[in-house]
Design a binder for this molecule. Structure first.
Ligand code: SF4
Length: 323
């Protein structure tokens, strides 16, 4: 079997935010937002990163983009280490790593015409001249399903779905090799979500884009992702190809998340697994398995020993003593 080409490789990254003691002004504890996460992203794939709010998925995306410095670990992009990279070099790399934000309302400057918003990355990279950049803006508007005449209008004249398309056109203008989509449809009406997902799917197929697709919603990632990582409280619980994950979810947390997805057919019944209690504080996470305080299958060992990620079938790894 041919080895898949790797674009991004994350090894054991940790991001601990210090919590200061108000009296002595020194950190006495840490918020362990990401606590030893490793995964690879292959060229041309859409990798889903899923979990409840606070599981560490946004901290991972910020670390990849150089917006926050991880406490330790390694982030290799095309074989180059991003951790500790000089600012100038990092700025150059940044055009290759782009992000589509969750909120299409705040991610576009209200005072800039659409043409200026989309052509800005090309100006920063000193690509072409005014005329060729304008041509490219019009092309990109058409690629994302908008009229080229929209170039001379302002963001307030557009709906949420249209603004998200404009945001995607701006990302494409940078000609990225890797795109992070951070909850790109969660702020949109249900009616336009599938349109934006279809657009991203077309871009993946048409441009061979590699994406990290962040979401709290397993029904959304099923639609677009090739592989999926499930995270909980700063750690990876399960990694699998999409079909394997939905056919054979093996971590109790993944099983609970999947049980919450409604089935469109009212004649079919599905038993919902209700998670008891709240997610523990990332300042003082459980000593053994991170999920043990909410897991209906927890055993004695789960409270004392953290399970390692182990492979249960080709490309399907699970961190659970019972898997
Ligand atoms: Fe549940 Fe134990 Fe598995 Fe953790 S290791 S998910 S607590 S059964």
């Amino acid at each position: 079997m041919m080895e898949k080409e790797m674009l991004l490789s994350i090894k054991d990254i940790k991001k601990w935010f210090p919590v200061d003691d108000k009296l002595i002004g020194k950190p006495t504890s840490f918020v362990k937002a990401v606590d030893g996460v490793s995964f690879d992203v292959h060229k041309g794939e859409v990798l889903g990163l899923v979990g409840e709010s606070g599981c560490g998925k946004t901290t991972i995306s910020r670390s990849i983009l150089g917006l926050t410095e991880p406490t330790s670990g390694s982030i290799l992009f095309e074989g180059k280490e991003l951790m500790g990279m000089k600012k100038r070099e990092l700025r150059k790399m940044r055009s290759e790593l782009q992000i589509v934000f969750q909120d299409p309302y705040s991610s576009l400057s209200p005072r800039m015409r659409i043409a200026d918003t989309i052509s800005e990355p090309m100006e920063i990279q000193k690509k072409g001249n005014r005329r060729t950049r304008r041509q490219r803006v019009e092309e990109l508007l058409e690629i994302v399903g908008l009229e080229k005449s929209f170039a001379d209008r302002y963001p307030h004249e557009f709906s949420g779905g249209q603004r998200q398309r404009i945001g995607i056109a701006r990302v494409l203008a940078a000609d990225p090799k890797f795109m992070i989509c951070d909850e790109p449809v969660s702020a949109l009406d249900v009616s336009v979500r599938s349109q934006i997902l279809n657009l991203l799917l077309e871009l993946k197929q048409g441009f061979g884009l590699t994406m990290l697709f962040i979401s709290h919603d397993l029904s959304v990632v099923e639609y677009i992702c090739d592989r999926i990582i499930v995270m909980y409280l700063g750690k990876v619980m399960e990694i699998a190809k999409r079909d394997d994950l939905y056919r054979n979810p093996s971590h109790p947390y993944t099983q609970a998340l999947l049980s919450a997805i409604p089935i469109p057919d009212p004649t079919l019944k599905k038993e919902r697994i209700l998670l008891e209690g709240d997610t523990p504080s990332p300042v003082d996470p459980p000593a053994g398995c991170r999920f043990c305080t909410r897991c209906a299958k927890a055993q004695e060992i789960c409270r004392t020993t953290a399970p390692e990620l182990k492979e249960i079938e080709d490309g399907h790894t699970v961190a659970c003593h019972l898997a």
